[in-house]
Design a protein around this ligand. Sequence first.
Ligand code: C2O
Ligand code: CU
Ligand code: CU
Length: 473
Amino acid sequence: MAGSGCRKEHHNGLMTKPVMVIENDFSQMLTNPLQSGANQTLTAQTTTVNIRGANIPVLGYQPNGMLGPSFRVNKGDVVNILLQNNLSEHTNIHWHGLKVPALMDGHPDQLANAGGTFRYQFTVNQRAGLTWYHPHPHFKTGKQVFQGLAGLFIINDLEEATLNLPSGRFEIPLVIQDKRLTNQGITYNPTAEEVMSGYMGESVLVNGIYSPYTEVSTRYYRLRILNGSNARLYNLAFSNNADMIIIGNDGGLLKNPVTVKEILLAPGERLDVLVNFNGLSIGTELFLLSKEFANGGDAQGKQSFKIMKFKVTATVTDSFTVPTKLSMVDSLPASSSVRSRVFDISNPMEHHGYPMNDGMRMRHRINNKLFDSSRIDESIKSNTNEIWVFDNSKGDEPHPMHLHGVFFQVLQRTGGRGSLIVSETGWKDTVLVMPGETVQIIIPFESNLGKFVFHCHNLEHEDDGMMLQYELI
Ligand code: C2O
Ligand code: CU
Ligand code: CU
């Protein structure tokens, strides 16, 4: 490859840099996206939202605001959702974290044209958890998500119900996203450097609200957190150093709760967290933060900033105790794998323009390949377990790797952080591979036949081509 017509440049100036976050005044009340049952029309449209007193155009799945309704369904429910595309370009919906048939999965080939529709029908056949949905048309995913199209999809089941976790207004969904706000709307025009780092915004929104606050009582809350950002990682922590008790991740409940003071959350990943405001006096204000972190490349982790404010406004007595046992999760032994596949995601020369220079700039690849929907990259036998290895050992950017159609377990991480992090037990659909890291996962491929994609969930990397296809046969 190297040398074959590639222009050798020692440095083409593609140095990525952080987009510094600008906090607002935390004076706007957090609202939760409306909850909805599983029969619904989602109308992708241009709508407006009021931010800092100005009405700005955004994309939404309903009038008046970005994001779509939060679906809440029970395991076993039948889902019937009509996507009405009122955009002027094609779109579709991927149900991120839902195991649905290939033709319902929002594959980049399965599109609703401008003015058209697509009907999604499937049965929810998986354990309780927080999943989400967003567009997936190749080259446009980053733009459509950044400008407002995404939503939550919560699954409940009986196992979860027996735990009596905080619910109702004590269960708060938090969709964390950074945006670039102007009075003309949410700007999306990544430069070559911003394709390298991923597109980041200066304004951090939660549930579509810039720097919000919420009022809480002195008791346990359950926070259902999604990093719905295109590229930004958050190192979540509380300003009073409160314990974050992690009870679940992408694929639902963990076996046992784990307590941390801070935790890294990459785009696409979810966390189910209990936090106890007991013992705080009325009037106390504290913040959910993102703290600085090391080794996130040139553009990430350089700043500590506030995401939202919690204001203690009522004293209550709370009889909730954190269950010591949450769920059954059988660990898959590495020995059950019938085959391993290694994926080089390092894109080693990404800041130097060679040897993978495609015309004007380098593109993000997996195993040196760009996405091509007419090519099956990996052909996999149903009902087998496989080990996949994502190798970012020579890379200098974080890559959250996501597989459609399956959940997996993380077996091992070498280099970088050097071990699994506590939220990586149980089931995952997205795993963060930091610069220098190699991560091994084990995937039970069941019998959901067909073509699915897997990709980096930095949406600029994905749109740039960092996505391949597997077919389960
Ligand atoms: Cu949320 Cu293919 O991604
Ligand atoms: Cu997905
Ligand atoms: Cu990436």
